[in-house]
Design a protein. Structure first.
Length: 117
C-alpha cells in the first residue's frame, strides 16, 4: 500500500509515495532490496521502535513517531551498518537522506498519513 506523509506542523510533504510495512515480512525486508530511495519515496514501518541499516547501500533519514504520529526523535543521514532505536516509539518513517533537513522536521512536529489509491 502506498501512502502520502505530510508534516502538518511545517506544512511540508515528507513522502509522496511511501510504502507501508505493516506485516512481519514487510518489516523484516524493509529497504534491503532497494538500490536507493528517490526524493518523495519512503517506508513507514508500523509497529517499530528500532531499525538497522545492515546490508543497505545508502544513508537514510529516520523519523520516530508515537501512536499519535508526533515526532519523538529524528536521525539525519544514517549510514549503512548502523543500529538506531527510540524507546516508546510506535513507528518509524525511513526517508531519503536530506529530507528532514529540507523539510525542517523536528521533534514535536505532528505528521499525517493518507492512504493512496
Amino acid at each position: 500500500m502506498k501512502i502520502l506523509v505530510r508534516n502538518q506542523t511545517r506544512n511540508t510533504v515528507l513522502a509522496e509515495t511511501a510504502d507501508l510495512a505493516d506485516t512481519s515480512a514487510k518489516r523484516r525486508t524493509g529497504l534491503l532490496k532497494h538500490e536507493r530511495l528517490d526524493p518523495g519515496e519512503g517506508l513507514w514501518i508500523v509497529p517499530c521502535e528500532s531499525v538497522h541499516t545492515f546490508f543497505m547501500r545508502f544513508p537514510i533519514d529516520l523519523v520516530y513517531l508515537d501512536k499519535h504520529r508526533k515526532v519523538r526523535k529524528v536521525r539525519h543521514r544514517v549510514p549503512p551498518w548502523r543500529l538506531s532505536a527510540c524507546l516508546f516509539a510506535h513507528s518509524i518513517l525511513e526517508l531519503p537522506a536530506g529530507t528532514l533537513e529540507q523539510s525542517g522536521t523536528q521533534v514535536g512536529d505532528e505528521l499525517t498519513v493518507e492512504k493512496l489509491g
